[in-house]
Design a protein around this ligand. Sequence first.
Ligand SMILES: Cc1cc2nc3c(=O)[nH]c(=O)nc-3n(C[C@H](O)[C@H](O)[C@H](O)COP(=O)(O)O)c2cc1C
Length: 166
Amino acid sequence: MTNTLESGELRRVLGAFPTGVTAIAALGEDGRPVGLAASSFTSVSLEPPLVSVCVAHTSTTWPALRGRDRLGVSVLGAHQERAGRQLSAAGQDRFLDLAWHTGIDGAVLVTGASAWFECSIEQQIRAGDHDIILLRVHDVQADHDVAPLVFHASKFRRLEREDFPV
Ligand SMILES: Cc1cc2nc3c(=O)[nH]c(=O)nc-3n(C[C@H](O)[C@H](O)[C@H](O)COP(=O)(O)O)c2cc1C
């Protein structure tokens, strides 16, 4: 069957689904932090503890991350939109003026984020023009006082402080 769906249109409509923004990062072979911003982070399994992120085949940063023992996943806070922009930008030091710290075995975590996951790569699954990266979670931490940054309709946004029962 011919696929008549235009990818720009799909991207625009997918933008109606709000997500958080994560930083996937680790110390590279030279000991410097490498990473990228990713909004495709999602929960997968509690037992065993698994999360996932989808990475484009065009990513030039993923090859430097995929061989590392541990990857840090930081859920960026509402005040960290500059970090979100910087961690996706081309041709500059993505960690310039960014506060970060290391976890176990080289995971890089963004300081001041809403939550952190320290992960290892469990499986990589080819899926169209992306790979689904299944990550095993070894350690977690959250600061529930830090509101998350939201990515919606190609913009960074903040949550309104209004709660409804689920
Ligand atoms: C808000 C936001 C979310 C993004 N989410 C993803 C994602 O889930 N997967 C992905 O491969 N790239 C994502 N990107 C793009 C990467 O951050 C990065 O720009 C891209 O990988 C190209 O850089 P690289 O060649 O250094 O990997 C996102 C960018 C932004 C600004």
